[in-house]
Design a protein around this ligand. Sequence first.
Ligand SMILES: O=C(O)CCC(=O)C(=O)O
Length: 301
Amino acid sequence: MNGCRIKGRAVSSTLIIEMTDSAALMNDPPALRSRLQDDGYLFLKGVLPRAAVLAARREVFERLVQVGEVRAPAEAGIATGGSRRAEEATDLGGFWKSVSEGAGLRALSHGGAMTRIMDTIFGEAPRPQDYMFLRAAVPGRATGLHFDYPFFTRAHDRVVTVWTPIGAVPVSDGPLVVVENSHRYRDLIDPMIGFDIAKDSTRKADFGSDAISFAEQRGTRLLTQNFDAGDIALFGMYTAHGSLDNCSPVGRVRLSCDVRWQPQSLPIDERYFGDDPRGTTGVGYGELNGAKPLTQEWHVR
Ligand SMILES: O=C(O)CCC(=O)C(=O)O
């Protein structure tokens, strides 16, 4: 896997490998579930309709063209380097909510194809959170290593994160990266039990160390993919993950969304459901990195 960078450093080819494609197991649900349990993640190639992915991509990027952040044609997703978002959308949270709730995007993230996949994963009727983490990462942006546990396990831990590239995301553009076997790191998982990011301001979910140093110290590898439109990756609350740096040589914005799913039969964490979900800290869509103009740095939680 050439061309992978984290915090400005090239990732050596011995440290990073491709995620295993488990799409062939979609016809064998018990085997699919065992794979998720064994590996801590699933990469499912080509399981979403490509046309729906491209329609969602166009819809989101057209909104960013309107605020001067992306050049036309929208679907190419090339950043202008500027932004008029703060001037044109006085309520940045409201702007991002309306982008995140676009009909084309929701047809992809919450539609029939995704629902069938998650039904297969849980073996029972699934329910997605209404709140969505939509991410438009310009070159230079990345997400640090963390577990999702501190954000989404207030009600229970049978929660699965689905990461969906909205268009092709090759390794140069900073896709998701998962730490191989991290779901077995009891020394990190045990002290995290009970940690609620919204209630404990003394701790961060972010590991602080960069993924290269972390993987070297643990003697493990990083897993990623040259993601294509139609692919998804998913993982549970105890799998460490982050992203590669976006170092697109053409200035392309990495567009993806992550949505949490759970069995419908289980209680919900009200923060992430409903018409006006308040999100992790209670600020609604305004608390997300996505709500910032593309010219602004991302915060770390
Ligand atoms: O897309 C990213 O940058 C990170 C995704 C992530 O942290 C997640 O899906 O939980």
